[in-house]
Structure formats: C-alpha cells, structure tokens
Design a binder for this molecule. Structure first.
Ligand code: UD1
Ligand code: CA
Length: 407
C-alpha cells in the first residue's frame, strides 16, 4: 500500500462569509468544519496531515491544540489554492507516496468517498485521481472539461468559463490524490492565468496530462458532498444536511426521533437504544444520553451532560454541565446546571439550581432517591444527602437543615 500524506487548505480569508472568524472554525452541528475533513482524512490512513493556515492561523491552531497528527503550514499571503499547496513544498520534498489535497471548507466529504478515491488511485496506478459530482446548479464551482471520448482534459473555474463551459454540470468538489513527485513538479508550472490572478490547484490537472501522466476520475460523489461553504447560506444548507446524517445515524442505532425537522442534535452527542427524543429538543455539546430515556418536548441540553438510563426530561427543562443518575425525573420547567443528581431523584416543576453567585459557578449535589418538590431554588453550593426531602417552595442553601425522606 502506498504511503499517504494529506494537505488540507484552510488559509483563505473568506470574504463571502462576511466574518472575522477563520472560515474553517465555523461550526456545523456543533463542530468546526475542519473537524469533518480531518475525520475523513484519518479514515484513509494518512501518515501526516498538513493543514495550511493563514487568515486567523493562531485561532485555528489553538482550537486544534491536542491534535498531534497535524503539521501546521503557514501561507502568509493567500495567492490561490495551488500556492497554498506549494507552501508545503519543503514538507513534501522527498516524499515518494501519494498526497491527498482537500479543502477545509468541504465538511460534507464522506470517508466512504475518500476510500473509493484511494482504491481507484491504487488500482489504476494513476498519477492523479480526482472526484467529480454532477449538480443541478453547478454555478460557482470549477467545471470538469472532457473531450468527445469522455476523457478529462482539465478544470475551468466558474469565473473563467465561457458560455458552453458554464452549462457543464459536472463539477470539482476539490478532492484529489496525487503521486507526490508529480504534484510537486506540476505545481512549479502553475501560472496565475485567470481572472482572479491566482495560482489554482485545478490547473495542475491539465499540466499533469500534458506531461503524459494518467488522470482518473471517480464520478460517484453525491451532489451534497460537493458543497463548499463560501457563504452563510451554504453554511446553513450544509448544516441541515449534516443534521440529517446525525439523526439518521442515531435512528439506525435505535433512537426514536419523533419530529426530525424540529429537533437539533449535536454531532458529538451519543444517545442510547430506545430513547425517545420529543419535538423541539435541542441537544448541544458532548451529551451522553443513556437507554430508554424520554427527552423533551422543548428540552435543552448543553455543554457536557451525562444522562443515565431511564431518565425523563420534560417540557422546558435545561440541563448544563451535569450528571443525572438513572431514573431521574425532571418533567417541567427546570434548570439543572453544574449538578450531580443521584439515581431516582424527583425534581419538581419549576425547580432550579442557582449555580452562579455573580462571581463563581457553584456545584449542586443531590444524593440518590431524594425528592425535591416544586418551585424549589437550590442556591449552590449545596450537597444533599441520599434520601433527602425538600418541600415545595423552599429556598435551599448550604446552611439549610434538610429532613430525610422517611423518618
Ligand atoms: C475551489 C476550486 C473549485 C471547486 C471548489 C469546491 C480552485 C481554484 N477552485 O473553488 O474548482 O469547485 O473549490 O468547493 O481550487 N485557500 C487557501 N489559500 C488560498 C486560497 C484558498 O488556503 O490562497 C483555501 C480556502 O480557505 C478554502 C479552499 O482553499 O478552504 C478553497 O478555496 P476557495 O476560495 O473557497 O475556492 P472556491 O472558489 O470555492
Ligand atoms: Ca470554497
């Protein structure tokens, strides 16, 4: 098997997004776009991942602090996608394997597609293998030009297309695999001969062909996978598609989602078998929800939450940075923040944890089998023993005298 490296382009300024944040840090279903592209690369066994950063480089590096398989490469001035790859010249020099080139703004790339690309490249022994997709509306994308036999001739960017080329519906989703040596040779020959006066990676194709090397395309890319996020509208379009993927995977894993269109679930959430997610539920963050729970309608989970099995969270219940033991009931109008709630605890209607005292966030702990009535304010820090009983309408603080449930 050939050795592989990956280059992910993430240096662009992203003027069309109208943003101060580096584009690849914009989130799709709770994760930055770049994370999905990294996932796909990692699924095809790459030895090294070079991420080319420029605009907002420090922010991107900070966000991916713990990712030791990333080598950061800086593109000080954004002179185009070929120039961005060229910035990895020193890193790639002497590497005799294959180099994947991907864009950081294409989060819908699937690992299956990358695997197909890699397999095709290996079996065809091609110098360059690219993926293409056919779109109903190809505007904005590079068009795939083929000769009358169907052989690929090159890619023409939207802004450089003539009228005939504009009608081509086969586009470039920007996933390529190159024999590294051939890529480096071809990059030297790229000229900024286009309306934007940039060095385009797409021009490498024609250069590789002119040098007599083999270029192969896989055409089995789903149209959605070609979407690059250049605007906020595309960000929301991609978010919707990703949300469907997240929910489909959960449903395949045995979760009931009563009304998928009116439910939002973070891509990082894990949900156990036979849990039912009722409409208008918003699960944000690293939620870990157990089996046979009932969540919602109108429940809101955020940050880091662990919900054990058989928990019921009802209408207008918010849970943040908390652990809820098995069998907890919090059915109506609750806020549970920074808390550890033991098993089989009942939290009555309108009960909240007051976790912020103006300066610090404080913790609430409630022991197993406790009963908390309605309209209770728990002024944290508070620790209630196993089997505590809090009457409705109580304000509980750390000095409160708490009766046990039976006795
Ligand atoms: C690019 C492709 C186009 C393809 C489309 C798919 C080129 C010339 N065009 O167009 O054929 O259909 O993606 O989404 O490659 N970047 C850098 N440094 C630069 C310029 C860009 O790192 O100097 C990065 C951007 O941050 C982005 C990626 O490269 O992540 C693609 O650049 P972008 O400007 O979005 O290219 P498109 O016009 O979308
Ligand atoms: Ca793009």
């Amino acid at each position: 098997m050939a050795k592989r490296a990956a280059v992910i382009l993430a240096a662009g300024v992203s003027s069309r997004m109208n943003t101060m944040l580096p584009k690849v840090l914009h989130e799709v279903c709770g994760r930055p776009m770049l994370s999905y592209v990294l996932d796909a690369c990692r699924a095809v066994d790459v030895e090294k991942i070079y991420v080319v950063v420029g605009y907002g480089a420090d922010q991107v590096k900070e966000r991916y602090g713990g990712h030791d398989d990333i080598v950061w490469v800086t593109q000080a001035e954004q002179k185009g996608t070929a120039h961005a790859v060229m910035c990895c010249k020193d890193e790639l020099a002497g590497f005799d394997g294959d180099t994947l080139v991907l864009c950081g703004d294409g989060p819908l790339i699937r690992k299956e597609t990358l695997k197909t690309l890699v397999d095709k490249h290996d079996s065809e022994q091609s110098a360059t293998t690219l993926a293409t997709a056919v779109l109903d509306d190809p505007s904005g994308y590079g068009r795939i030009c083929r000769d009358s036999y169907g052989n690929i001739q090159g890619i023409v960017e939207d802004s450089d297309c003539d009228e005939k080329q504009l009608a081509i519906q086969e586009v470039n989703p920007s996933y390529y695999l190159f024999k590294n040596k051939i890529l480096l040779e071809a990059l030297e020959k790229v000229e900024p001969n286009n309306v934007k006066n940039e060095y385009y990676i797409t021009d490498v194709l024609a250069i590789v062909l002119a040098a007599g090397h083999k270029v192969v395309a896989i055409t089995a890319v789903r149209p959605e996978e070609a979407i690059g996020v250049n605007s906020r509208r595309q960000l929301s379009e991609v978010g919707r598609i990703m949300q469907d993927r997240v929910q489909d995977e959960l449903m395949d894993g045995g979760v009931t989602i009563v009304d998928p269109d009116n439910t939002w679930i973070d891509a990082r959430a894990q949900i156990g078998q036979d849990t039912v997610i009722e409409p208008f539920t918003y699960i944000h963050g690293i939620a870990n929800i157990g089996k046979s729970c009932r969540i919602g309608p109108f429940a809101y989970l955020r940050n880091d939450t662990v919900i054990e099995d058989d928990v019921v969270l009802g209408v207008f219940t918010e849970v943040k940075d908390s652990v809820l033991g098995a069998g907890v009931r919090a059915r109506h109008l609750n806020y549970i923040g920074d808390s550890e709630i033991g098993k089989n605890v009942n939290i009555g209607a309108g009960t909240i944890t007051a976790n912020f005292d103006g300066e610090n966030i404080n913790k609430t702990k409630i022991g197993d089998d406790s009963y908390v009535g309605s309209g209770v304010v728990i002024v944290a820090p508070v620790e209630l023993a196993k089997g505590s009983k809090i009457e409705s309408g109580t304000v509980v603080s750390k000095n409160s005298l708490i009766k046990p449930l039976k006795g």
